[in-house]
Design a protein around this ligand. Sequence first.
Ligand SMILES: [Zn+2]
Length: 111
Amino acid sequence: MAAMTDAAVLRLAAEARAVEQGHVARTDGPRDYLVRSDTIEGSWRVEWRPLSDWILFACTCPAGVNHTFCKHVALVGRRLERDAIAVWRDGWWWLCHPAQHPVPSDPFEGL
Ligand SMILES: [Zn+2]
């Protein structure tokens, strides 16, 4: 097995933090999830889009907006895995069945 990249280690650490802190991702639409915030009243919104055979994520939290991997995205990735949409491989989330998730004309729209 190849050594995990630094990014993969950070992503797994983010997921561990989210689970240890008891966070859950609630569905708010087919590609939207809400994760309760520790720092503000309310929740952060995590969205995902298919991009070829991998998954693009965006989170509204400060780390997510700065494209730093955050625990909210990690949690949603694992949720997608449970729902048989995503699989974790080589340090990133990939679609299990890319043909079932056509790439939007502008996958970055709204992210
Ligand atoms: Zn976040």
